[in-house]
Write a protein that binds this ligand. Structure first.
Ligand code: PGA
Length: 245
């Protein structure tokens, strides 16, 4: 695991965008694994800028998103479908049929997990997976206790995750209780993984991650089992590791 510590969120976002653009330049048919949440917003802004001002094209790129809330219709303002369209897809030249996100309102949850697993097998492997990290160590919506062998599955969201995400809803009651997420196995099959973290609210999670204890109680620690992971953090997220140095 390579760790890059940069001054602030802006620098983290720029470096992540540079790495993504480098991969897209090497392979215009890249399969990108994408994340939602506040962390990748700066990355997406930089990618939009790269498309508009430097001609980086996504015409043949495919994207596979990590997760989606269960129970939200696609055009709900807080669905991850809406997030991806508003924050990235509508601003670049990606073909919408090349973008994949779990369906949050499937008629059968089991069938939807199986369908998404097939998408992974047909479109994947993911060449470059972008991850954030939950304050409880989740990656995607793989909450503490997740089986390291897991594939696409339904999860019950932890209270801490629902609290963290309540800022985007009118109240915590509106935050969905369940989600569909790629599993740990799906994530670890990616060729390369970039995990981004910013701000002191992630400092504890980064400290635990870098302690290198691989454990189901902290799912991001499974990334130690992958040969090509780069963690890009800002000084605020790294502060507890610095204190120990
Ligand atoms: P955040 O979420 O980017 O909104 O902090 C990260 C995550 O839960 O993976």
């Amino acid at each position: 695991m390579k760790v890059i510590v940069l001054a602030d969120y802006e620098a983290v976002s720029k470096e992540a965008a540079r790495l993504v653009e480098e991969k897209v330049s090497e392979n215009d048919q890249l399969v990108l694994g994408l994340a939602t949440g506040s962390t990748p917003l700066g990355l997406y802004e930089n990618l939009i800028d790269g498309y508009k001002t430097r001609g980086i094209s996504y015409q043949n790129v495919k994207t596979i998103n990590l997760d989606e809330y269960l129970g939200l219709e696609k055009d709900h303002p807080e669905s991850y479908h809406t997030f991806m369209v508003e924050k990235l897809f509508k601003h670049i030249d990606i073909a919408r049929e090349n973008t994949f996100i779990p369906d949050g309102q499937p008629s059968s949850i089991e069938a939807e997990c199986a369908r998404y697993e097939k998408v992974m097998n047909r479109v994947g492997p993911i060449n470059l997976q972008i991850l954030g990290i939950g304050s409880n160590g989740h990656i995607g919506f793989n909450e503490p206790g997740t089986d390291p062998e897991s594939e696409t599955h339904v999860v019950e969201l932890n209270d801490s995750t629902r609290k963290d995400n309540a800022q985007f809803f009118n109240s915590i009651e509106e935050v969905p209780t369940h989600a569909i997420t790629l599993g740990i196995q799906n994530i670890l099959k990616s060729d390369k993984i970039i995990l981004l973290a910013s701000g002191k609210k992630k400092a504890e999670a980064i400290k635990i991650l870098l302690e290198k204890n691989v454990s189901a109680s902290f799912p991001a620690s499974y990334l130690w089992n992958h040969p090509n992971v780069t963690v890009i953090v800002d000084e605020d997220a790294y502060q507890l590791v610095r204190q120990k140095q």
